[in-house]
Design a protein around this ligand. Sequence first.
Ligand SMILES: [Fe+2]
Length: 365
Amino acid sequence: MTNRLIPFCAGLLLFVSCNQASKTEVSLKDYGAEPTVINIDAYTMSNSNFRTALWTGVNLQSTLMSIPVGGDVGLEKHPATDQFLRIEEGTAQVVMGDTETSLTFVKTAGKDFAIFVPAGKWHNIINTGNKPLKLYSIYSPAEHPHGTIHKTQEEAEEAEEAANQHYFNKNENFMTQELIQLPYATNALAPAISKQTIEFHHGKHLQGYVNNLKNLIQGTEFANADLETMIRESDGAIFNNAGQILNHNLYFLQFSPTGGGKPSGRLAQAIDAAFGSFENFQKEFETAGVGLFGSGWVWLATDKDGKLSITKEPNAGNPLTKGLKPLLTFDVWEHAYYLDFQNRRVDHLKSLWAIMDWKTVENRY
Ligand SMILES: [Fe+2]
């Protein structure tokens, strides 16, 4: 008798305890990257926002969603983020596919169903029932900013549009597709960068990318686009040449023969906050540059909240494609240093601090 009752009572007690938790302890907020234990069923059922961020860590995020009758999550694709969803209440049709118009994977799902969305797949979840569809989602890595609350789908779409807004005004001097004029003489940055390297790097390599891009965009949708648009929306040769032009423009225009020293103001504070000290930032930046295999760029970039990070981008890569604003960059293609430093990439990178024009970088921040 006892043996038969215990499992039943334990289950009953757990059930009562869950219900009590849902009545008294649900506090909808983003718990951040803190140790957290919650009854996610109760939280999901309590959420009536289109989206509420529940937990945002370094590599993973959980959000709660409530989709009104007849509504949907919205057709979208996360290029580099895997997603898990679990339905706590309601009925849905799940669609996925390789393009927006070819959603060949179609399944019906309901309470207690799990949905796995691979990175790069177009997907949508449509509420086909007669009550709000309650689900929670886990993204890896995180998809939305910490503390995100979208009361409605319209609000979610507005936020996404804002996130896709450009960082740079097309009138900025580094946004030009033409060969930029250097604000210093070709011999003015020696010994960090010799006259000969400047002449090849600016006059031959950058000029080559400018010529290539002109030819490539003729008659395409990018014919009148600015560099940032091309980097965000193109791929292949247009992306490579537009990326190399913007990257080199940002690179050449950040130097001055009277440069050196340290940043000041907001940028200096943000560097201390992110890296502990300016000296530590320099060390981490050089390490990233040395550790980048092959050709590419090492960047200091900021997110929309002003938080700084160092990113390594291969080939023509730029942090814009990660939603970050580029501030400062070292070119680690061999053409940037081989005439002066041969294989001693680290010595070249260390030498660039002496010509860094921090006022220019501060203005980009
Ligand atoms: Fe270069």
